[in-house]
Design a protein around this ligand. Structure first.
Ligand code: GDD
Length: 318
């Protein structure tokens, strides 16, 4: 099997994840940009792929409030560009669209499944909702094998530092090694259904192996606050943390030293927030035989130990 990776032109290539996984020489990189109609068409027409996994996005929710038009161009119209190219030049290609639990936003049902109505709360969520529905539409209108994976948050040591889980483990590891004093966070009450990316990638592949494309929620069914994530990551690094105060005055204190090491910073609050998400992946379990097999405690321990290791060795935090 040959794997090609579409790569946007940047002044400095960013391949550390492929290198970390030791697969950099097994993926052929090709110039690709979801903003560029002709480029998308050329690539799809030339390679006639068996499978296309569209994981390309402006994926940071907070940034979508600052760059809503760019986010929409990439996350909404980018999907349409791909589907149009597939429809015209490679209709046998099986397509996977990375949809997201952010589409549930201000939740309408306590536990979200494929049947739950959507209520996105950010330009990112709104753009992704377009990507989801256009995938459904091209499947129904043109008979494409197109699947939409509605994935709840999926994390790992390879997560970018702008996302809260990795920010927590990376910054706490730096505090532990005396390289930083404070971890600054936004909404500590936000609750997310956090799973391990490794499990979710397996689910994506299973979707494209089915006789027909469909929509599937992938989730663990367990939700955890940002505050508890901090506490558990701290525990994994030998901190004993408690929280006191409320709202923007809340702080996380290290019991032994009495030092405040976590503070709330309004800069990280979003103009409209998704307060809580919990997914119901029973359709994926029934049709794909998929379940999230990594409990949150193992995920946190893996991320914490990876960042402790990186910091101890003096490696840059990427
Ligand atoms: N990033 C960040 N930084 N988030 C913070 C912080 C902070 O300092 N403090 C609190 N939070 C809260 C956010 O307000 C949000 O409620 C929650 O932590 C999770 O934020 P992120 O880790 O940035 O992820 P997300 O849930 O917004 O979106 C991620 O998951 C989606 C679902 O899979 C992204 O990966 C999306 O691209 C993805 O669609």
């Amino acid at each position: 099997m040959e794997v090609l990776g579409g790569m946007r032109r940047t002044s400095t290539p960013n391949l550390w994840r492929l290198e970390h996984l030791n697969i950099a020489d097994r993926v052929k990189l090709i110039p690709f940009d979801l903003l560029e109609d002709a480029n998308v068409t050329d690539v799809v027409r030339s390679y006639k792929f068996d499978r296309i996994y569209n994981l390309g996005a402006q994926s940071f929710v907070a940034a979508s409030f600052k760059q809503p038009v760019l986010t929409t161009q990439i996350d909404a119209l980018g999907v349409l560009r791909l589907l149009e190219a597939i429809r015209h030049y490679s209709p046998e290609t099986r397509f996977y669209q990375a949809s997201t639990s952010e589409m549930f936003g201000k939740i309408v049902e306590p536990i979200q499944s494929e049947r739950t109505p959507f209520y996105p709360r950010s330009p990112y969520g709104v753009a992704k909702l377009y990507g989801h529905w256009i995938t459904v539409n091209y499947r129904e209108a043109y008979g494409l094998h197109a699947s939409s994976g509605i994935l709840f948050n999926h994390e790992s040591p390879l997560r970018g530092l702008e996302f809260v889980t990795r920010k927590i483990t990376a910054h706490l590891a730096q505090i532990r090694h005396g390289l930083r004093d404070i971890l600054r966070l936004g909404n500590l009450d936000a609750k997310r259904d956090w799973g391990h990316a490794r499990d979710y990638v397996r689910g994506m592949a299973l979707m494209t192996e089915q006789v027909k494309g469909d929509d599937y929620v992938l989730a663990t069914g367990v939700t955890t606050t940002v505050r508890d994530f901090v506490r558990l990551a701290g525990e994994a690094m030998g901190f004993d943390l408690y929280f006191e105060g409320e709202g923007a005055s809340e702080v996380g204190v290290e019991k032994r030293s009495g030092k405040r090491i976590v503070v709330v910073d309004r800069e990280y609050f979003r103009p409209s927030e998704v307060e809580i998400l919990i997914g119901d992946a029973s359709k994926a379990q029934k049709n794909l035989g998929w379940t999230a097999s990594t409990p949150i405690a193992s995920l946190i321990n893996e991320m914490a130990s990876s960042d402790m290791d990186r910091v101890a060795k003096g490696y840059p935090l990427l």
